[in-house]
Design a protein around this ligand. Structure first.
Ligand code: FHN
Length: 555
């Protein structure tokens, strides 16, 4: 994993025959991702295969693509060798449904890409959809829609998937692929997965695989998709893959581009939590990376050129909770603060304990910053304006270790009410996270292992009535949850609201809070059967704890 841990930033490429229809079928736009067009449009096989006849990416220039990735500061590329539509983007003897045989282009672009990557010192990985294959007889999610798709899964594995995986493992040189990126383990049983995995062990035992093979194989990397987990995956290698607009495969109409600032901050956020960022481009049928993607990659590249020291080979930052002003990483005994919001008064509060020998702006290494003792750490006096609008990097050279102080418990407001907000929560697990929309909420509650907890401190032991402010899509309603403080607990059933962001208050029974330095309160999920195949438990906007009136005879 050494090169991968150093790399931190890679390019995902979703490229295939779906770039021809580019989100349209019979003149009408089809909802969903560009690469899912065949499935979402329920397009018959024979009809979908006609798109290949128009796939002639004469503008494809492998060296240019690799240069774009390299200039962005990316150190590796992962390209779809075969996506769910089963179209092999390489010369395959196992199925004629491939770019060499089925298109006027007639060449293997992965050969060119492998050569260009080798020349540029960029690692190349191959994505392979092992389970789903809508044209070669593999699985299809949500059922099949064309009789021609009926086929035996093991026959597909024997005749297509296994031979093709052998091809991509052997036809591209000694160190290519460096990664096999499995996706959607539909119908992949442990026995089927074992056969695919055995090929890797036989042919390229050192390559990196992700956790999506299925059949109980965990691979080397966790792969959160389209999100950055609240706490990363402590002790594991992980990689957030993400689109720059709303689709992986090219879609003519999708102009929902993330801003360059957002992409830079995402990269900082991912690195601060110990992960890699695999950022997607969806090239066109002509073979070009869309111009808006190139512009964004240039902006990230400019930032990486100046600030990459804070990212490459870095490790999880020192904070227990991400500070509101930005993120941090650690490397070689130094701490790198990546400041998104430059303080208007020029004083940055850094909630870390320990001694800092020296601090400086990465952009101005010769000018030491003034360091003063602060309330919960130290304060840095910053010059204005920020060196970079997206994220300015400050380097700390500590003497010894810098550690984050414990997160202070939540205390009651003057009238005694305690409000537990998403931002104050400690999230346990990898999916539940704070969503900064609709006033902020804990959302994406799609794992029963995930829960939220808060520490509170109350002046005396007593009962508190609890109000839960939450939203829940009608389809997701009906699960249970438990709120616990020590031995005192309340359970409830999630009722539908008008929508996931339509928050409503419900009263739960009282819970008892003990007077102590810290009283822990946890909110746990008990999902109804099958909830997680389509939905999430609920979105939590806040928990409000109000002191219950004391009974008259309490003295
Ligand atoms: O269904 C695919 C999707 O098209 C895309 O390839 C992403 C990338 O991670 N993976 C899928 C589902 O998880």
């Amino acid at each position: 994993m050494a090169w991968w841990r150093e790399a931190k930033f890679g390019m995902f490429i979703h490229w295939g025959v779906y770039a021809v229809p580019a989100g349209y079928y019979k003149g009408k736009p089809v909802k969903g991702n560009g690469e899912w067009l065949m499935n979402n449009g329920k397009i018959p096989m024979a009809e979908y295969q006609l798109f290949a006849k128009e796939f002639n990416p004469v503008k494809f220039d492998a060296e240019r693509w690799v240069q774009i990735a390299k200039d962005a500061g990316m150190k590796y590329i992962v390209i779809t060798s075969k996506h769910h539509d089963g179209f092999a983007m390489f010369d395959s003897k196992a199925s004629d449904w491939n770019i060499v045989k089925a298109t006027p282009y007639g060449r293997d672009p992965l050969k060119d890409l492998a050569a260009a990557c080798r020349a540029a010192g960029i690692k190349l990985g191959f994505y392979y959809s092992q389970g789903q294959d809508w044209n070669n007889g593999g699985a299809a999610s949500h059922g099949k829609w064309d009789k021609a798709q009926d086929h035996d899964m093991d026959d597909y594995l024997d005749k297509v998937a296994l031979p093709q995986v052998r091809e991509i493992l052997t036809n591209y040189g000694a160190n290519t692929p460096a990664i096999v990126w499995w996706d959607t383990p539909a119908d992949i049983t442990p026995a089927r997965a074992a056969r695919l995995n055995a090929l890797i062990k036989e042919l390229k035992p050192d390559l990196i695989t992700n956790n999506r093979l299925g059949g109980g194989f965990h691979g080397d990397t966790e792969t959160p998709e389209q999100f950055i987990p609240a706490n990363g995956f402590p002790g594991k290698d992980w990689e957030t893959c993400m689109t720059m607009n709303g689709t992986w495969g090219f879609k003519r109409d999708d102009q929902a581009w993330k801003s360059p600032e957002q992409l830079i901050r995402n990269l900082c956020d991912v690195a601060s939590k110990g992960g890699n960022y695999l950022l997607n481009v969806g090239p066109s049928a002509e073979g070009e990376i869309p111009q808006p993607s190139i512009e964004r990659l240039e902006a990230v590249g400019a930032w990486m050129k100046a600030n990459g020291e804070a990212i490459y080979g870095s490790q999880v930052g020192p904070f227990k909770r991400t500070p509101a002003w930005g993120r941090a990483t650690r490397k070689g005994g130094k701490v790198y603060l990546m400041v998104f919001d430059w303080p208007a008064d020029g004083v940055l509060h850094v909630p870390l304990q320990g001694k800092v020998a020296k601090a400086w702006l990465l952009a101005k290494p010769d000018a030491a910053l003034e360091i003063a003792t602060g309330q919960t750490g130290f304060d840095l006096k910053l010059p204005g304006p920020p060196p970079d609008r997206a994220a300015s990097v400050i380097v700390l050279q500590p003497e010894g270790d810098l550690t984050a102080p414990p997160i202070p418990p939540v205390t009651p407001a003057a009238e005694g009410t305690i409000t537990l907000t998403p931002k104050d929560a400690e999230i346990v697990g990898s999916r539940l996270r704070v969503v900064d929309e609709a006033g902020g909420y804990l959302g994406h509650w799609t794992s029963r292992k995930d829960f939220a907890k808060w520490d509170v401190q109350v002046p005396k032991t007593g009962l508190y009535t609890v109000t839960l402010e939450y939203g829940c899509r009608p389809d997701d309603a009906g699960s249970a949850f438990t709120l616990a403080a020590g031995k005192s607990r309340q359970s409830g059933t999630v009722q539908a609201t008008k929508g996931a962001q339509d928050f409503r208050s419900i009263a739960l029974g009282p819970i008892k809070l003990e007077k102590s330095e810290r009283q822990g309160i946890s909110l746990k999920a008990i999902p109804k059967p099958d909830l997680y195949s389509h939905g999430s438990l609920m979105n939590v906007h806040a928990l409000v704890l109000t002191p219950a009136p004391e009974p008259a005879n309490s003295h």
